[in-house]
Design a protein around this ligand. Structure first.
Ligand code: OGA
Ligand code: MN
Length: 357
């Protein structure tokens, strides 16, 4: 790989972003950290979890393996960053893919609401799913004011709430409450520009990120936009936790790694759940005819769910008036797109879709 992309310097992170975003010729992935290979890379270290924070039964209910069996890693130079290499139970990932794709109910054979019907008509001949770029959950993020507010709220999905609580607890955050979520939908040519997630009011709470479907390259940078970064793969089922000193680091997704044509789904998605999961299970078997539709989509796409706690203990939203007048602390735009980044998942360019699940 060209030495210039790893050197420290003014534009190191942007260079890295552009390097992996390049299509012709395609980038060399040799320097991308692959946590599925464990400690083979000298930058990768083991991360300590709290194995007793959730019981085997609780883990099972959320579709997760017992915490004792999770492979959790840290990255040298990034304290507070935890990477959990696919801790899902065989079969349970299909549930999350389906939940994320339920946003176009008709796609899954259900009836559309009139609002959905209207959106569908606007979308024209392309299905909503093909056009879908992001969905917000809980306290819905306002991309224009870069704020969350009490007014724009829908109950956070219970299954994702449980999953998030357990993952946070295993990582040492026992009081985490999922309050806002952003689902990002990536086609094979999508990317997500360089940004920091700083709109949440309490930055002592971790940010959780769950990845399903096609593999992505994720870039983790520093506290300044131009700081150098590290590239890593996110495979289906991988979970990332940004906490402590890593909570406010710049990051981006420059590319989705193209699966060879005709390739099967990522292995963890090939299997479904049994007919009868535990009675109180939060994850459910996806009906065959629904999975057919999901599989077709996820064969060439990636879905990422990020989960955030917005308010800390005793915190509440400032009145709307104040919010509008308060510029974001660093002047950075949430999900700001690299100006030369091309077709990024830019909220300004994206069609909104909210209040689903
Ligand atoms: C985000 C984000 C990363 C991803 O939504 O803020 O950083 O992997 N997503 O999609
Ligand atoms: Mn982010």
């Amino acid at each position: 790989m060209a030495a210039s992309i790893v050197e420290h310097g003014e534009d190191a992170f942007r260079k890295l972003f552009k390097f992996y975003k390049r299509r012709n010729p395609p980038p060399d992935f040799i320097d991308v950290v692959d946590f599925s290979k464990g400690l083979k890379n000298e930058k990768v270290v083991n991360a300590e979890l709290s194995p007793t924070a959730i019981s085997r039964n609780d883990a099972h209910i959320a579709g997760l393996q017992p915490v004792q069996e999770w492979k959790a890693f840290g990255l040298r130079g990034y304290p507070g960053f935890i990477f959990i290499s696919n801790p899902f139970l065989p079969g349970s990932q299909q549930h999350w893919v389906k939940q994320c794709l339920k946003v176009d109910r008709a796609y899954l054979g259900e009836e559309r609401t009139s609002d959905e019907e209207q959106r569908f008509r606007k979308a024209g001949t392309k299905t909503l799913l093909e056009k879908l770029r992001w969905v917000t959950l809980g306290y819905h993020y306002n991309w224009d004011t870069k704020t969350y507010s009490a007014e724009h709220y829908t109950p956070f999905p219970a299954d994702l709430q449980t999953l998030s609580r357990y993952v946070a607890a295993a990582c040492g955050f026992s009081a985490f409450t999922a309050e806002a979520g952003i689902l990002n939908y990536y086609r094979s040519d999508s990317s997500l520009g360089i940004h920091v997630d700083e709109s949440e009011l309490d930055h002592t709470r971790p940010l959780l990120s769950f990845s399903f479907g096609q593999t992505a390259v994720f870039l983790l940078g520093g506290t300044k936009r131009e700081d150098p970064g590290t590239a890593m793969f996110m495979h289906s089922g991988d979970i990332m936790v940004m906490s402590g000193p890593s909570r406010l680091l710049y990051h981006a997704v420059p590319c989705i790694v193209a699966a060879p044509t005709g390739a099967l789904l990522p292995p963890p998605l090939l299997q479904g759940l049994d007919q009868s999961p535990l009675e109180d299970s939060q994850v459910h078997r996806v009906k065959e005819e629904d999975w057919e539709v999901c599989a077709k989509y996820i064969q060439t796409s990636r879905i990422n769910m990020t989960v955030r706690q917005v308010l800390g203990l005793g915190q509440s939203f400032p009145p709307a008036e104040t919010q509008r007048q308060t510029p974001s602390a660093s002047g950075e735009t949430y999900h700001e797109v690299d100006p030369e980044g091309g077709e990024d998942l830019n909220p300004k360019k994206r069609k909104n879709s909210t209040e689903s699940w």
